[in-house]
Design a protein around this ligand. Structure first.
Ligand SMILES: [Zn+2]
Length: 68
């Protein structure tokens, strides 16, 4: 599986957020990524390597599935 992340991608973290949600959406890319919790809309900045370390997987996008 490729690990390329794009804005709008939903990633699933290994550990849940304080609100219990494990899914975050990427809202900004750069050296640090900006992630928004899908449960409580809390936003955080996280180092790219840390994101890769903490994420369990990327949630498949519907349009990508349709292309196959
Ligand atoms: Zn949350």
């Amino acid at each position: 599986m490729e690990n390329k992340l794009e804005i709008g991608d939903v990633i699933i973290m290994k550990k849940p957020h304080a609100c219990g949600e494990t899914r975050w959406i990427i809202t900004r890319l750069g050296v640090d990524l900006k992630l928004k919790c899908l449960g409580c809309s809390h936003e955080i900045m996280m180092d790219r390597l840390e994101v890769y370390k903490k994420m369990k997987k990327k949630e498949a996008k519907k349009d990508e599935e349709d292309k196959k």
